[in-house]
Design a protein around this ligand. Structure first.
Ligand SMILES: [Zn+2]
Length: 315
């Protein structure tokens, strides 16, 4: 069950540094289960976060009478038929959408290529800014929307490309069209691409659950403590949100690390944005080990999470 274990490792990295994730795998490989695990390994809401989330739910009348305060990180998983307004907010009197209901929590988009391209495009700006502004003729309203995005997709339209258990029936053209539904700019904002391999049923049932959530939570907590020491405990900056100045300051590489990154850039044809994403992820991986310096091994692991770049650009 190495595949599942490496997917869990990626989840720990994502939860610790607040990195967005895309999981690619055949149906039945447990992508939804992994996504649902993400909020359970995130640290508890800080009081200020709890208040902000509560304010959104309260304004929408979505707060239960028995729960005056949101204590759990929200997990939202809108269906792919959702409208733009449902996703980011809207209406004549602007109301928050799913991304604001996921504030300080997790937004899970299953079957990512099935989403209307426009409702994915409108995610780009909030993913960058951590908020969304709904403009109307007379005024505009800004809602907070700081969440970890976790998306899932099949490797091809039939779902079984690369799966040893079933043959894939798709033509190269169909696969290309399917992958093409996810725009490069959106993909650029997703730090970790992970392939969740199909696991034969016997193997799955013979194995224990692997790394338990409690252990994952502990690892995430360790990584978060290092980040708090770096950015200050009341700042809500995580490695995934470092500015370019902070990136230069906190993510210097040694010669070996620079060499790996340069080679990857050339071979995968990575964008400058992807380059910076790799640095941010490498910082998170080093923090999980409480390593003050980013070493080559951290860079290599961070590069391994860009598998989709390779697929998209080498075809
Ligand atoms: Zn297929």
């Amino acid at each position: 069950m190495r595949g599942q274990e490496s997917a869990k490792r990626a989840l720990v990295v994502a939860a610790s540094g607040g990195h967005n994730v895309l999981m690619i795998g055949s149906p039945g490989t447990g992508k939804s289960m992994l996504a649902k695990r993400l909020p359970t390994i995130l640290p508890p809401l800080m009081p200020s976060e709890s208040l902000e989330t509560t304010r959104i739910y309260s304004a929408m009348g979505r707060l239960g009478s028995d729960e005056p305060l949101m204590r759990q990180r929200p997990f939202r998983s809108p269906h792919h038929t959702i409208s733009d307004a449902g996703m980011v907010g809207g209406g004549s009197i602007p109301a928050p959408g799913e991304i604001s209901m996921a504030h300080h929590g997790v937004l899970f988009l299953d079957e990512l290529p099935e989403f209307n391209r426009r409702s994915l495009e409108v995610l780009r700006q909030p993913l960058e800014a951590g908020c969304v502004t709904i403009s109307r003729a007379l005024n505009s309203t800004t809602f907070p929307a700081r969440f970890v995005l976790i998306a899932a997709m099949n490797p091809c339209p039939c779902g079984y490309l690369g799966d040893a258990r079933h043959a894939c029936k798709c033509t190269p053209m169909q696969i290309e069209r399917y992958m093409g539904r996810i725009s490069g700019p959106l993909l650029d904002r997703i730090d970790l691409h992970i392939e969740v391999p199909g696991v034969p049923f016997q193997e799955l049932s013979a194995q224990a659950d692997g790394t338990p959530s409690a252990v994952m939570r502990e690892q995430v907590g360790r990584g978060r403590r290092v980040q708090q020491q770096r950015f200050g405990s009341d700042s809500n900056i995580l490695n995934s949100r470092m500015s370019s100045r902070q990136l230069r300051r906190y993510c210097p590489l040694d010669e070996e690390g620079k060499g790996f990154l340069k080679t990857a850039m050339e071979e995968l044809g990575l964008s400058a944005r992807a380059h910076d994403r790799i640095l941010r992820v490498a910082r998170t991986i080093a923090d999980l080990e409480e390593a003050p310096d980013i070493r080559a091994g951290h860079v290599v692991e961070a590069i391994s999470y860009r598998s989709l770049d390779r697929k998209l650009w080498t075809r």
